[in-house]
Design a protein around this ligand. Structure first.
Ligand code: CRA
Length: 827
């Protein structure tokens, strides 16, 4: 990378870095350069980067306070930020200075980067989106703070043992975290349980909350530097601890274990990230986590507002504060703000209601009913008695308002109400109390408006909007793919990194043979890099000359890794029948974690491994096909995998994937997509024209219609499609290597007969099988024409600008938040 902007004195900065790194090693570790371990070197270098960001951080805070601008609080239970060192160097535009300095010191940046513990504080798309948003907010200089939980254990580490997933704890904080700064001044008390008393003795209502447990929320702030920007924002992650680390009265009585117990209990709140993606766990600890971080955040928001604007009444809070909830997990922030406004600040119910609605906006990320959060009323009431009272009152008023609109329509009002059938429905709470609600792609927003949230859309027609997701160009191209970044910059200049629409300037280069040749070479280098990575980490040899076909995402039935696996079995059979069959050499990469309690997802992992072993063991087939399962998919693995991909598998059942974001990363890195018209794939096809993407399968409307009207009968396809029948039979006829006596009968059963009252094959794997196999034929036909493939690959990159999270954030800002950038004085 060679971006020389903002580097007035490269030489001077280089010298400075060298002396700083040596100084940090001496002062912090008592080591010379020669003696330092890779981990100490990593920390020393990271500290020099941190110093540079700290200056921006301080300057940003000062400017924000002076300029008194409205600030966004982005609340999310996950921020999947990944490693920071290299990304921060890039965003500071000091990559060249660091490259030269470290070269002189004999230090390999890529190597010391491996010592950085990776924060895996998210499950998948939702958490990674929040991280991309922080990068874009900082780059655009918008006043914002990200607020979440500082989990001591992030998402489990995945190991594969004998073809099955095994989960290991992710103790990422064991060796400390260079990037965080605890901010003890902003500690908050959060109260759980207890009783509520209404006290009218003074003539006015006073709410008294007694008998509660206190947990202390300690904020740890991580600076997020914008790219080529003087702004650094804060990501504030709250950590739980007990009010007293040890109960001394118990301790002095010799009850040591009990003395430590309360502290332990409090700390469990921020101990571990729940590993479910697109699925709700109705566990008490999870509800505690949600209230813990939302309460601490709202308390801080009100405290900061009062400090910054001492003469402004809280009825004007929304003029200075926007609060965004990333899915419903932080929706308790709504009654929590009401609580503080009512009980502590003395606002009237009407005022508190108005202010709260004006502050909040909500993003929905899924239409899967099992992911919509609902809490058992009794648990909710016991854990959060005051929040329960307020939620109840919100519900009463809301139902009352609905009655005016839909008189006597009990069915509708009950459907839209916040509390019903002994459950608290968080989506209904968020819908009722937000001024804007958005879906994450245009198709997803349409489904919300026409189906899932149709009643709300009728009541407030402008409320539900679609804002298509995006990914940050900095991490997903500049950091992950330096070769492509250099090539693009040489062709069109460096401005595309901040203004991704400029990638369109690449369109004419798709017809430029010399450019395409270099584009191909970059892809070949990235394929070699991935191959080396796999050789060193897994001791597996892959052929970098084969087509690299990738499906990397959480394991979920609707994402249909199963369709991919069945198709490999189909190719296997074709090669067995005819070793000369016209099949292009391919390596199928899978990377996917399954939620530990999601049995069928784990069975699919087991199947992929069985397919892998089957393919490997056949001397004819293995000349053409290879299956690689990359364990422990995480941000840093994605950074190596995605730039190497040639084909991106985005094959979810249409209507189920709200947006997808890996589809965007693959496209940006010049992979062609094979996909259904689902989520943001629809927009990808529209942007570049259907000829540059391999679209197949049922459309969302058709799927919906077939399922609703029970028109789908998977068994008929089994009877009529010979090739499909043969493949399915392999799941149970002993063809596949499996220790298990029943082999893969669960998968077989669920595809053909359904289970527990579910219809057979609810994700239409069999229905889309033939169109998928056909589309895959087309893939290999085009792949053989190297020039045509490259032309299409270049066009993919050229049209990916729309999927920059900078565009997404600008849209949120124009349509929801209305923030103004912080003005920084540039030295
Ligand atoms: N699992 C959707 O399924 C979407 C991301 C981010 C998801 C993806 O299609 O790209 O959100 N939904 O918007 C989700 O987490 C709770 O719902 C996801 O990551």
């Amino acid at each position: 990378m060679d971006i020389k902007r903002n580097q007035p004195d490269l030489q001077a900065r280089k010298e400075q870095i060298i002396s700083e790194v040596i100084g940090k090693l001496r002062r912090h570790f008592g080591r010379t350069l020669e003696e330092a371990t890779p981990s100490q070197l990593y920390k020393a270098v990271a500290m020099t980067v941190r110093d540079a960001i700290m200056e921006k951080w301080t300057a940003t805070r000062k400017a924000r306070v002076q300029q008194q601008k409205k600030r966004l609080y982005y609340l999310s239970v996950e921020f999947l930020i990944g490693r920071s060192l290299v990304n921060n160097i890039i965003n500071l535009c000091q990559d060249e200075a660091y490259r030269q300095a470290l070269e002189e010191l004999g230090v390999d940046l890529a190597e010391i980067e491996q010592s950085e513990p990776e924060p895996s504080l998210g499950n998948g798309g939702l958490g990674r989106l929040a991280a991309c948003f922080m990068d874009s907010l900082a780059t655009l200089g918008l006043p914002a703070m990200g607020c979440g939980i500082r989990y001591e254990y992030g998402l489990f580490r995945q190991k594969i043992v004998d073809g099955s997933q095994v989960e290991m704890p992710d103790n990422w904080l064991d060796d400390g975290n260079v990037w965080e700064v605890p901010n003890l001044d902003d500690q908050m008390e959060v109260h759980f349980g207890g009783q509520i008393e209404e006290d009218w003795s003074s003539g006015q209502l006073h709410i008294r909350h007694t008998g509660y447990h206190t947990v202390i929320a300690v904020p740890y702030d991580i600076p997020i530097s914008g790219y080529d920007s003087d702004v650094a924002l804060s990501l504030r992650l709250w950590s739980a601890r007990a009010p007293q680390q040890l109960d001394m009265s118990l301790f002095s009585r010799g009850e040591y274990a009990r003395a430590a117990e309360e502290a332990e209990l409090a700390q469990t709140i921020s101990k571990v990230l729940y590993p479910e993606d697109n699925h709700q766990e109705g566990k008490m600890l999870r509800l505690q986590q949600h209230y813990f971080f939302t309460s601490a955040t709202i308390q801080y928001i009100v405290k900061d507002f009062k400090k910054r604007y001492p003469h402004m009444p809280l009825t004007r809070l929304h003029e200075k504060v926007a609060i965004h909830i990333n899915d419903t997990h932080p929706a308790l922030a709504i009654p929590e703000l009401m609580r503080i406004l009512l009980d502590q600040e003395g606002l009237s119910w009407e005022d508190a209601w108005q202010v709260t609605r004006n502050c909040f906006a909500y993003t929905n990320h899924t239409v899967m009913s099992e992911a919509l959060e609902r809490w058992p009323l009794q648990m909710f009431r016991e854990l959060l008695p005051r929040i329960h009272m307020i939620t109840n009152a919100i519900n009463e008023q809301y139902c009352h308002d609905l009655w005016e609109i839909y008189p006597n329509d009990f069915g509708k009002i009950s459907y839209m109400s916040i509390i019903a059938y002994d459950q608290v429905r968080m989506a209904n709470l968020a819908l009722a109390m937000s001024h804007k609600v958005n879906g994450v792609s245009q198709l997803h927003a349409d489904i919300l408006r026409k189906d899932l949230f149709a009643d709300w859309a009728r009541t407030e027609p402008d409320k539900i909007i679609g804002i298509t997701n995006g990914v940050t160009i900095r991490r997903w191209c500049v950091k992950a793919n330096p070769g492509l970044t250099d090539l693009i910059t040489e062709a069109i200049g460096p401005d595309w990194i901040k203004d991704a629409d400029q990638l369109q300037k690449l369109i004419p280069f798709a017809a430029d043979a010399a450019f395409c040749e270099r584009f191909r070479r970059v892809k070949a280098e990235n394929k070699a890099r991935l191959s080396n990575y796999i050789a060193s980490k897994m001791d597996i040899k892959v052929d970098p000359g084969s087509l690299f076909d990738c499906q990397a995402k959480r394991l979920h039935e609707y994402k249909r890794q199963l369709l991919n696996a069945l198709h490999i079995l189909y190719l296997y059979r074709r090669l067995k029948e005819d070793p000369a069959a016209n099949i292009e050499k391919r390596t199928f990469f899978f990377a996917a974690k399954a939620s530990p309690g999601y049995y069928r997802a784990k069975e699919i992992i087991r199947l992929i491994h069985a397919v892998k072993v089957l393919v490997e063991s056949d001397p004819v087939v293995r000349e053409k096909l290879q299956v690689v399962f990359l364990p422990n998919y995480c941000v840093s693995l994605a950074e190596v995998l995605i730039p190497a991909a040639e084909l991106s598998e985005q094959i979810s059942t249409a209507g189920k994937e709200a947006s997808g974001t890996s589809n965007m990363k693959f496209m940006l890195n010049g992979a062609l997509t094979i996909g259904t018209l689902d989520g943001a794939n629809v927009e990808m096809a529209q942007l570049m024209g259907g000829e540059n993407i391999f679209i197949f399968g049922r459309k969302a409307q058709e799927v919906e219609n077939m399922l609703r009207n029970k028109l789908y009968h998977a068994g008929e396809l089994y009877e009529t499609n010979r090739a499909l029948k043969n493949v399915l039979d392999m799941l149970v006829d002993g063809s596949l290597p499996a220790d298990h006596p029943r082999q893969f009968s669960d998968l077989y059963q669920s595809l053909l007969f359904g289970d527990g009252g579910n219809i057979a094959d609810p994700y239409l794997v069999l229905d889309d099988f033939a169109p998928y196999a056909e589309a895959q034929e087309e893939v290999q036909r085009v792949y053989r024409d190297t020039q045509e493939w490259t032309r299409r690959a270049v066009l993919n990159t050229a049209h990916a600008g729309f999927f920059s999270s900078d565009r997404t954030i600008q849209e949120y800002n124009e349509r929801i938040w209305h923030l103004e950038p912080i003005q920084m004085e540039r030295e």
